[in-house]
Ligand binder design. Structure first.
Ligand code: GMT
Length: 375
């Protein structure tokens, strides 16, 4: 199949999933066209079957907001015609599903029919999409898609609760390329980060309010009062400065490493002992799955789709959002006993196997085939 993929090209989970999906589909013989405003961060392999088409939005001083949707839908029309793309898969409803619908309508005028598959990722539904400013357009774009998928059962339920949806929503969970997270790899230069007796705690996110990064630091502060430990913080975002101040006020700056945005996630997870994800809301928690694939147990909140991924008492523990003392207690329970830590590490890896891309990507292929067959 010739498949056009539209996504955010940034470090966010939806862009990562879309990129990994495109790469795997190309290995399975499909021709993939990424259409977005920058080359996706995890897209380092352009080849015969993987193409990238940049959407340019010329700056014009008359416009207070430059019209990205317009540029995207025009680019989609051109790329579908030029490369004979058969199906468009858009990740994140806003504004991608809306722009794809406009492209589809323009193409129908030229007797070209291109169906649209929309994948809902989380904040496009729970935080941004349900805002009254966007809700009618988001509802419309979901209902006008030829197929809709959500990355967890919880996100499907949220979508049905928050919007008036007429379409069926298929749950296709996020996935991971397990070969990139080599569990048995030992040469990960742990010694550069911590001494043998220090435990390494890690958090990876875009440091937005919804991630409750202040809780991450509080939990770590509590942990390091009881056992020697270091905190690895990976990512960038609006809360970063507050986090640095919090570390300073708590007197723990020498125990905290800010990595910034990193393409070396697998290497950082390789030397981690515990992953923290205390989010306010989380449709899936791809970062938690990446940690588990590296054999790192997860201490998380029990919100949204996280309980579908992190299994309480098996791959880690779940607590109520904001309950930092329970999260601290659970973290210490795992970290204080080396045998228990070993068991949780191995359980985390085992749980992650369910999300191997070889199980999940064929589900998308079936959806494409069924959608094309219906046209
Ligand atoms: O908040 C993020 O981490 C970024 C955001 C995105 O859209 O890129 O992530 C959402 O999609 C990910 C991939 O499907 C999910 O794993 C995240 O749970 C989800 N984030 C939220 O729901 C807050």
């Amino acid at each position: 199949m010739k498949i056009g993929i539209v996504c955010y090209p940034t470090f966010g989970g939806s862009g990562v999933v879309a990129t990994e999906l495109g790469l795997e589909l190309s290995k399975r013989g499909h021709e993939i066209h990424f259409i977005t405003y920058n080359q996706p961060v995890r897209l380092d392999l352009l080849g015969n079957n993987v193409h990238y088409h940049e959407v340019n939005v010329p700056e014009y001083p008359l416009f207070h907001y430059q019209p990205y949707e317009l540029a995207l839908s025009s680019k989609l029309v051109d790329m579908v015609k030029l490369h004979k793309i058969e199906i468009l898969h858009v990740h994140y409803a806003i504004p991608h599903a809306y722009a794809a619908y406009m492209a589809k309508k323009m193409l129908i005028e030229e007797n070209i029919y291109v169906p649209i598959v929309t994948t809902l990722h989380g904040t496009d539904i729970t935080l941004v999409g349900s805002h009254p400013f966007y809700k009618p357009a988001v509802t419309f774009s979901i209902n006008k898609s030829d197929a809709v998928t959500a990355v967890s059962q919880s996100l499907k339920e949220d979508t049905l609760r928050l919007f008036d949806i007429k379409n069926e929503i298929n749950v296709v969970s996020n996935f991971i390329d397990l070969s990139k997270y080599n569990h048995d790899f030992t040469d990960c230069q742990r010694a550069m980060m911590a001494t043998d007796n220090e435990k390494i705690i890690t958090h990876i996110s875009n440091f937005r309010e919804v991630k409750r990064v202040q809780d991450v630091i509080t939990i770590f502060y509590n942990i390091q009062k009881e056992i020697p430990a270091k905190l690895m913080l990976v990512g960038e975002g609006p809360e970063r400065e507050k986090m640095e101040w919090q570390c300073q006020e708590l007197g723990i700056t020498d125990k905290v490493v800010f990595f910034g945005k990193s393409n070396e996630i697998d290497k950082i997870l390789c030397f981690s002992d515990l992953f923290l994800l205390p989010s306010q809301t989380e449709s899936f928690g791809l970062a938690a799955l990446e940690a588990m694939a590296s054999g790192v147990p997860v201490i998380s909140s029990n919100t949204g789709g996280i309980p579908e991924v992190n299994i309480h008492g098996v791959s880690g523990f779940l607590s109520e959002v904001g309950d930092v003392s329970d999260m601290t207690k659970n973290a210490l329970h795992i970290l204080k006993d080396d045998n228990r830590l070993k068991t949780f590490k191995s359980n985390a890896r085992k749980e992650s196997l369910k999300y191997d891309l070889h199980h999940i990507v064929p589900q998308y292929e079936t959806i494409y085939e069924d959608t094309l067959a219906k046209c």
